[in-house]
Design a protein around this ligand. Structure first.
Ligand SMILES: [Zn+2]
Length: 135
């Protein structure tokens, strides 16, 4: 990701801002301005709570350049409480302990550093939350 695109998508990435379709009520993430459900224009901002559960996941042992410090790590498909599926890295958990259906919440973490004094990227990740938080 370039610095320019990083800046452009910062609001969306750090606040989990998507859209809600005014016609059928479907929630969209990432925002795409056209509802995939009813094809109507959907430009109303919607802020997701950032909580959901692990829908599927895979553990990556060979990280691409720039991510080696984090390997092994888990990339999961998280089903947000509001419905959409988002792909994100899991954090604060041993890869062995990840399971389908695990409750997770969004946190903002450093995801990439380009050298010692290079560009530092921040993005959302998800970490486990205790079941009692829902009780
Ligand atoms: Zn719609």
């Amino acid at each position: 990701m370039t610095l320019a695109s990083s800046w452009r998508t910062k609001h969306q990435r750090l606040n989990l801002t998507g859209e809600v379709c005014p016609h059928c009520g479907v929630k969209l993430f990432p925002p795409r301005d056209v509802c995939p459900h009813c094809q109507g224009p959907a430009k109303t901002e919607f802020h997701f709570k950032g909580t959901g559960q692990v829908y599927s996941y895979s553990t990556l042992y060979n990280a691409p350049a720039g991510f080696a410090y984090a390997a092994p790590y888990v990339v999961a498909l998280v089903k947000l409480d509001e419905g959409p599926l988002v792909t994100a890295q899991l954090t604060d958990i041993d890869p062995e302990q990840v399971s389908i259906g695990m409750l997770v919440e969004m946190v903002t973490r450093k995801t990439y550093q380009d050298g010692d004094d290079g560009l530092i990227m921040y993005n959302y990740k998800f970490r486990p939350i205790l079941a009692r938080a829902y009780a």
